[in-house]
Design a binder for this molecule. Sequence first.
Ligand code: MG
Length: 242
Amino acid sequence: MKKIILLATVVVSVVSAYAQMKPESTEWYYPQPTKVIPAKVLNQPPSDAIVLFDGKDLSKWTSSNGESAKWKVSNGEMFVVPGTGSIRTKEFFGDCQLHIEFKSPAPGNHNGQNRGNSGIFLQSTYEVQVLDGDNNSTYVNGMVGSIYKQKAPAVDAYTKNGEWQVYDIYWKAPVFGTGGKLESPAMITVVLNGILIQNNYILKGDTPYIGFPKYEAHGRLPLELQDHGTDVAYRNIWIRNL
Ligand code: MG
């Protein structure tokens, strides 16, 4: 009996609390979000973005072996110079929004993984594949837009060889606790040419060529672009820390 009375009292008080609520009860005004001027207004990266390549030089980059970056810059584009190695940002990143555009070189006799292969390595570890997707057969979890050897893109949004391909990538970095234990895995959303191709995909670990993915504890790390032996072009690279 006591229980029934108690329950009735709780129900009555909840109902009367709702009855007293006004629209303003669930509205707030602070803190105000920071004003950011979007790229489409500026015709350049958003006002709070870190510009990693503005078409002029590689001052934000080093070679992944620590030497100066040896890729070529011309006409506002930067090109992989095959054999000079991957390059990485001097700055380290965690959660981020990345905008990057690439263009595949003329195919020549190359096919599959040898045609226009490069890669965008979030935190130097997790590869979003860059490949010529123009009538180029390969394993789908290694095609353009894949999370390399883990997840094929939901759809094929590549256009044509010789055309600029636009990636927008939203990255949630993995979190490691004491002893390097994985507390929360990395998660990625990828938009290619305005089309959602990876939707909050939870990574199983790194993206090795041979073997299975695994996690190894790390903190903030550079963004890396891969030299895979073809002269892929990049332009308009900017990043926002999240
Ligand atoms: Mg690659």
